[in-house]
Design a protein around this ligand. Structure first.
Ligand SMILES: [Mg+2]
Length: 182
């Protein structure tokens, strides 16, 4: 099968999973799916289905502002074969910047990838993450708790990405419509 050249980059925290450090777990009523590196983790609804779709139809990369140990530990416990990823980029692969309130942020600079950006899309819960490439990002609302049982953003994304694939330049679609899943 010819491999698609389209690259789908996925943020981890609050995009694919919600994680709470053990220190803060008191008072949270929902059971976690698993514990990894002292974090109680819940997988976003439809994660398995979404990853199955993504890994067949896209080249998939993970780009997180967290550490590699944290990210790989969680992905493995999600039963995702991390060898199938094009790359796993972590905090050191981000560019440091500052938010409007001057708090530090980690920017995912897509120009460092050496890819054709007309065929690259990043899914993230934070617009700031790709502030240099706002035409390449789809913002989905943060998944922060297992209480969000009705969340179906990952399911909706499958349909959206299938449509997106038909366009010549992803940036023409994503321009100014980053928050379509809000
Ligand atoms: Mg995130």
């Amino acid at each position: 099968m010819k491999k698609s050249k389209d690259l789908l980059i996925l943020d981890l925290d609050n995009t694919l999973i919600a994680a709470v450090h053990s220190v803060y777990i008191d008072g949270i009523d929902y059971p976690s799916d698993f514990i990894s590196n002292n974090h109680h983790v819940n997988m976003r609804p439809y994660l398995q289905k979404f990853m199955e779709y993504a890994l067949i139809n896209w080249r998939v990369g993970i780009w997180t502002a967290a550490t590699r140990e944290y990210a790989e530990g969680i992905l493995i416990k999600c039963n995702i074969d991390i060898n199938k990823f094009e790359f796993i980029k972590v905090r050191e692969d981000c560019t440091k910047g500052t938010d409007i309130d001057f708090s530090p942020i980690y920017i995912k600079d897509l120009s460092t990838l050496n890819e054709d950006l007309s065929r690259v899309i990043l899914i993230d819960d934070k617009k700031e993450s790709a502030q240099k490439h706002l035409d390449n990002i789809i913002i989905i609302p943060a998944y922060i708790s297992a209480a969000q049982t009705a969340d179906n953003r990952l399911l909706k994304l499958i349909d959206y990405l299938e449509e997106l694939k038909k366009t010549k330049d992803f940036r023409s679609i994503c321009k100014n419509t980053q928050e379509i899943f809000a």
